[in-house]
Ligand binder design. Structure first.
Ligand code: 9L3
Ligand code: MG
Length: 142
């Protein structure tokens, strides 16, 4: 199988961090093939680590924030979002646990709070762009 999701793919976790009016987008600074593209921040789960535990760790490492996770945002098919032949992604809503503003610690060169209606105008990673429609839909129904 060359597309889709399923056993054998490594898990990547990411968050849609929300304020009252916007969501946090992050522009990648590496690797060169992905630099300059916007994403929902996160990264690979490590062996033995639960997905939500991995996500809290990644956000602390990348953005120096503590978050409270909300519900998972699943793909239209109901499961993880496909990235490529080797990776699949699980996505959660999240809120900042304190007033401390996120700071890019190396994985990103820009952070931006974006109103959901403006999300389509950013230059997204191909894997993340399909998530935008679902996020806007859920945001409208919240
Ligand atoms: N990825 C795609 N969308 C995202 C994230 C956080 C990650 N929202 C892809 C980019 C990399 C891989 O997953 O190919 C691993 O991500 P990272 O550990 O380099 O952040
Ligand atoms: Mg990352």
């Amino acid at each position: 199988m060359s597309t889709g999701t399923g056993p054998g793919r490594q898990l990547v976790v990411a968050a849609v961090i929300t304020s009252d009016t916007a969501v946090l987008a992050a522009r990648r600074s590496y690797p060169p093939s992905l630099a300059g593209k916007w994403e929902f921040p996160g990264g690979k789960a490590e062996p033995g680590e639960g997905p939500e535990q991995a996500l809290v760790r990644e956000l602390a490492e990348e953005l120096a924030v503590e978050v409270e996770l909300g519900t998972e945002i699943t793909a239209p098919a109901g499961g993880p979002w496909p990235i490529d032949e080797r990776l699949e992604l699980r996505l959660w809503w999240a809120r900042l646990a304190s007033d401390e503003a996120p700071r890019p610690l190396g994985s990103h060169d820009r952070l931006s709070w974006v109103e959901p209606d403006d999300l389509p105008s950013l230059d997204w990673l191909p894997a993340d762009r399909p998530m935008i429609g679902r996020i806007r839909q859920l945001w409208q129904g919240r």
